[in-house]
Design a protein around this ligand. Structure first.
Ligand code: HEM
Length: 605
């Protein structure tokens, strides 16, 4: 069924389109009684419920969506529904002489299989080469506007940020993260962001660097044991475990101990992540149906896992509240963390004077940190090791720096600045393998996109948007030789006058900063997003990655375990995207992991 995802009609013409669909006069349409002859009784009832003045999606789009869903549910009776759809299609075509396009964006005609194989961002990159930015993509019953241009991204994320919210992402994540900072609606977000940002103050980050080192101890022990046996290990799993241990201790002072054991709580964390993935790939939200939560086994399991996690978090929150010691932000930021029993972020959020310490809101925020803060960091570590193993000359440069600056010590906060090349390696890994590779938005107020390197467009209220971060990071108009692993690129100036309004990459703009950020690249580099909703954990994550990489590379040598990668890792060339050994995300979700299987040996120093 074609209309879903078609460009939308102009607002001015919407009334006559409505008339055409209902085969009635403008006056009669107001009664919301559809009169289309080909519509059978059941469909008639559905149509009658469509609210022409509904907020969110334009009414006619909602209608088309319903038709599509109903058609899918009626496989025994496709002709009748097909006829109705054809009437709709003919009516639309008659009025507009084809499908109308308010914004003039081309529609990517593609098979859902192009993008549904777990590497959706690769499909989007292919479409971008044909259609440039923005284009529209029909994705099951939904359609998305896809943009991958720095000038347009800057507009959406920074200049006109208040016109957009998290849309589909918020819907998918709501059962897990509630109104946590990532999915939060703009009103909740404004209040929570103001309270959460101070929690990442300098004294805390400084203390966290020590905690990262501490959490890496068990990983080093484990790798030593593995090296003494056959050396075979999945480094992605190890990095996930260490990142989970770090986030547990730093955010709510909870020992997951996941490097050394597997508890029901850890299983519940992963089950929640897998469910989020499943939901993002399932067009019909069956979990909202009455009794589904009681009847569908996977939903029962998901709900019991969620309950387990909620109970743990509630217990931690209650304990923190029972020992609350209120202080002003400035006072709390000057804490001597060496003498604090519980240095967690939860403690800070509860102790802050005037803070919202409602259990539900705190739970939502902690759950958000837990989910946002560990797989992302684990992914960058995994890919960094992958690229360094493929490039021995880069590996040698990082090693030289680690040996010179840190040696056998645990890295300190002061080391972070000196580990310049290691930081560039992390930054380059985040460029090539941004996690998430897509950002998701929905338009709240009609907006106009600037041209940039693509075309101007109007974004209509209700439109869902994918921002192709992976596509942009691999676009040669913004990054020369984009598929080359080249950490030093961030030290070179680059401009492209063909992109209207883009300042290019300027190394001077990130002098004194921890990593080359979106400002230096004028929004062509967005591993942590940009504008008001930029990641709050960026510094934390970069330092965590540096400490872990430093400690592991100082002590161990790695080689690919080709027996586990079907002999496919191409060490001479950039691997074909679809052979990526590690899964990636579609914005909200994780895809099937294949793991990074390595042979580890103790390093001879
Ligand atoms: C390498 C690691 C990480 C990457 C690549 C990453 C990436 C991102 C990105 C791209 C966004 C913006 C999403 C959007 O605009 O839709 C974001 C937001 C966020 N991240 Fe991270 N993140 C990382 C680590 C962390 C960590 C360690 C934490 C917490 C300790 C964290 C907490 C958050 C939160 C709370 C937000 C929502 C911010 C807001 O909407 O105000 N992230 N992250």
């Amino acid at each position: 069924f074609v209309p879903a995802g078609r460009p939308m009609p102009t607002v001015g013409k919407a009334a006559s389109l409505k008339t055409a669909l209902f085969s009635t006069t403008e006056e009669e349409t107001k009664t919301k009684e559809p009169k289309t002859e080909a519509v059978n009784g059941e469909l008639n009832k559905e149509l009658a419920q469509v609210d022409p003045d509904a907020e969110g999606l334009p009414w006619w789009w909602e209608l088309v969506w319903k038709l599509d869903v109903m058609q899918k549910g009626k496989e025994g009776d496709p002709v009748e529904f097909g006829d109705t759809c054809n009437v709709l299609r003919t009516n639309i075509e008659q009025i507009y002489g084809g499908y109308p396009s308010l914004d003039g964006c081309p529609l990517a005609e593609g098979e859902i299989t192009d993008i549904g194989d777990g590497t959706m961002f690769i499909g989007l990159q292919r479409y971008q080469q044909n259609y440039n930015s923005p284009y529209k993509l029909c994705f099951g019953p939904k359609s998305f506007l896809v943009i991958s241009d720095p000038v347009q991204a800057k507009h959406m994320l920074r200049d006109a940020n208040s016109n957009y919210d998290k849309g589909v992402l918020a819907e998918i994540l709501e059962p897990i993260m509630g109104k946590g900072l990532i999915p939060a609606d703009p009103e909740t977000w404004t209040v929570r962001r103001r309270q959460i940002v101070p929690a990442f103050h300098q004294a805390w980050l400084q203390h966290m660097v020590g905690l990262f080192g501490h959490c890496n101890g068990p990983l080093i022990d484990n790798l030593n044991k593995v090296a003494e046996k056959d050396g075979k290990c999945d480094m992605e799993t190890f990095f996930c475990s260490v990142a989970l241990d770090i986030i547990g201790l730093s955010v709510f002072n909870f020992e997951f101990g996941s490097v050394t054991n597997e508890s029901p709580v850890i299983r519940a964390v992963y089950s929640a992540l897998v469910e989020a993935e499943h939901r993002s790939m399932t067009p019909a939200p069956y979990w909202d149906l009455p009794f589904a939560n009681q009847l569908v086994p996977r939903l029962r399991k998901f709900n019991s896992d969620l309950k387990l996690l909620n109970d743990v978090l509630d217990d931690l929150i209650n304990r923190a509240k029972n020992t609350r010691q209120v202080g002003d932000i400035e006072e709390l930021e000057k804490r001597n963390y060496a003498e604090v029993d519980d240095p967690s972020m939860l403690r800070f959020l509860v102790d802050m004077r005037g803070a919202d310490i409602d259990n539900k809101q705190l739970r939502d925020d902690l759950m958000t940190m837990l989910i946002a803060g560990h797989e992302t960091t684990a992914a960058v570590l995994t890919w960094a090791l992958f690229e360094l193993t493929k490039h021995p000359e880069e590996m040698a440069k990082v090693r030289e720096e680690i040996d010179r600056v840190v040696g056998d010590r645990v890295p300190t906060y002061e080391d972070m600045e000196k580990l310049e090349y290691t930081r560039l390696v992390i930054a380059e890994t985040l460029r090539m393998y941004p996690e998430p590779p897509l950002l998701i938005r929905r338009c709240r107020t009609e907006d106009n996109l600037p041209e940039g390197g693509g075309r101007e467009a109007t974004v209509i209220r209700g439109m869902d948007i994918f921002m192709g971060i992976y596509t942009m990071h691999r676009d040669e108009r913004f990054w020369p030789e984009p598929n080359k692993f080249d950490p030093m690129r961030f030290t070179r100036r680059y401009t492209n006058p063909d992109i209207k309004g883009w300042d290019g990459f300027d190394p001077k703009k990130w002098e004194g900063k921890l990593y080359p950020n979106e400002i230096a690249a004028d929004f062509a580099y967005l591993p942590f997003g940009g504008g008001a909703r930029k990641c709050v954990g960026d510094q934390f994550a970069i330092m965590e990655a540096i400490v872990t990489l430093t400690m592991v590379l100082r002590r161990f040598d790695f080689d690919f375990d080709l027996s586990r990668h079907d002999g496919k890792v191409d060490v001479n060339d950039h691997p074909q995207h679809l052979d990526h050994p590690v899964g990636m995300r579609t914005g909200a979700t994780i895809h099937t992991r294949k793991g990074l299987h390595m042979i580890v040996k103790k390093r001879e120093i």
